[in-house]
Ligand binder design. Structure first.
Ligand code: CDP
Length: 253
């Protein structure tokens, strides 16, 4: 979508003052819900996300069971009050799509073969949405799964990069800038968004989607930025888990 907003200035400063390779602030807390087996609260820029994990437990109804492995049911839900215009409650096409791609990404790292006929439920609740909620939700899900003690090859993490500013105020098309972690205006009025999720230990791609157009060079640059963003957020995921378990140990002592 095109707009009159100048998303990036001549000095490469973005609307919120970030440089092209700068993430929004990310805060992560593990183990915030008492009734869930594992949980996480995450803030990423203006996004606020809570994830609750239940399981592994017997998959019900029984026809959903796989005799060889567990199924991972991620359910992404946006609260009605999470967006500017009230969102109609309940699943829609977008939330079904996001639930599906996140479930598939998580199944690539969870050791599902260990739990035949089981289900692992991952409830992702978006309380406040400000662009990049699928990456924020998946990142929080990674922490909540680890907090639930579910065996995984790695803690999955997501981050997006994109392209902004290809069209200037006077309508002329310029090159555009490849930037890390699009904010709300950048997502609404930018030219492309490339959310990815990876296993940071191996850099295996778990999720890759693209909205808009990028040249091959721009795509490679966006991948490089998003990968770096994933690795930076991965450190924060581990810190959140260490903080939670350090606090638990202190309590026991
Ligand atoms: O959130 P994400 O970037 O993963 O997905 P998107 O479909 O590209 O949505 C971008 C943003 O649009 C969301 O983060 C919300 O801020 C906003 N949005 C909204 O305002 N109302 C909706 N029904 C869906 C999305």
């Amino acid at each position: 979508m095109k707009s009159d907003i100048e998303l990036i200035d001549a000095n490469g400063k973005r609307l919120d003052g970030r440089t092209n390779d700068q993430l929004r602030d990310v805060k992560i807390e593990a183990g915030v819900l008492h009734r869930a087996d594992g949980s996480c609260y995450l803030e990423w820029g203006g996004n606020k996300v809570v994830v609750a994990v239940y399981g592994p437990r017997e998959a019900i109804p029984r026809h959903t069971q796989d005799p060889l492995r567990a199924i991972v049911n991620a359910r992404y839900n946006m609260a009605a009050f999470s967006v500017d215009d009230r969102k109609r409650p309940g699943p829609d096409r977008r939330s079904r799509e996001i639930s599906k791609v996140i479930s598939e990404a998580l199944e690539k790292v969870v050791l599902i073969d260990l739990y035949p006929r089981a289900a692992i439920d991952v409830n992702i609740e978006i309380l406040d949405a400000e662009a990049g909620t699928r990456c924020a939700g998946l990142t929080a899900a990674g922490v909540a799964l680890a907090d639930a003690g579910i065996p995984m090859k790695d803690i999955p993490v997501g981050c997006a990069a994109g392209k902004i500013g290809a069209e200037t105020k006077d309508g002329k098309v310029s090159g555009g800038h490849v930037v890390l972690d699009l904010g709300k205006e950048e997502d609404n009025f930018g030219d492309a968004d490339l959310p990815i999720a990876i296993s940071p230990r191996t850099d295996e791609i778990l999720l890759l989607q693209m909205d808009g157009h990028l040249t091959v060079e721009e795509f490679n640059k966006a991948m490089e930025l998003a990968m770096k963003g994933c690795h930076d957020v991965s450190k924060l995921q581990k810190d959140a888990l260490i903080n939670k378990y350090a606090a638990d140990v202190e309590e026991v002592e």
